[in-house]
Design a protein around this ligand. Sequence first.
Ligand code: KIV
Length: 275
Amino acid sequence: MSTVTQSARREHRVTARSLQRRKGKAEAFSMLTAYDHTFSRIFDEAGIDVLLIGDSVGNTVQGEESTLPVTLDEMVYHCRMVARGARRALVVGDMPFGSYQVSPEEAVRNAIRLVKDGGVAAVKLEGGEHMQETISRIVRAEIPVMGHVGLTPQAIHRMGGYRVQGRGDAAREQVIADAVAVEAAGAFAVVLEGVPADLAREITERLAIPTIGIGAGVECDGQVLVLHDLLGLTDWTPSFAKTYANLGALASQAARAYADDVAQRKFPADEHSYS
Ligand code: KIV
């Protein structure tokens, strides 16, 4: 590939830096989770700005009840598939539970692994004030960090379930303090999950970095949805999510039609057979 073509491509690539220029714009940007090459390519070509290899892979793909069992090796595996499918989107890999809580040193080592072996251009981790040191150490290792505050699924046992955060004065102040701490630590963007819309608006106005909402109202700088919710691939969709297509029903219909054709010896027909 010529240098000109390479740099033309690079110009269009969404980066942590270019995403920061989307702060405060009338047009919000979009982030979706992806866990494999197929959906990475489809979403990238559809113009999705950020692809997140979420540790939600635990619930959506692995059938676990929470994100806690997901390992770093599994994240690397999924990140690599997604990174290969994305030409324009910024690819962000989630740091799984246990990969960054023990010490900032271990967090830096594991973030480097997601970049080197997983091919991601940024990492995301959960937590606010108590993660400030960890975030700044990873940023100092030249890896852009996306924060994640409010409802943080890896803290399910502390929260006592997946509950909306930031209701009531003290809880509200804590979410604000967490978001401010994440920004001060050098994160380039922050996910606000499961917080009242007016709190997300206040944080969005206060921070200089983009906010990305999920269950946080319409006034964030960007929005994120989980692939399986977007495409109707789960039995249950949370109330904050919108299902834009029902691929689960289509897949089931296709499988039933195939099984019927096989049973009745209608498949394979002559055109599907070698002479
Ligand atoms: O793991 C995930 O999919 C996430 C998003 C919901 C933000 O963290």
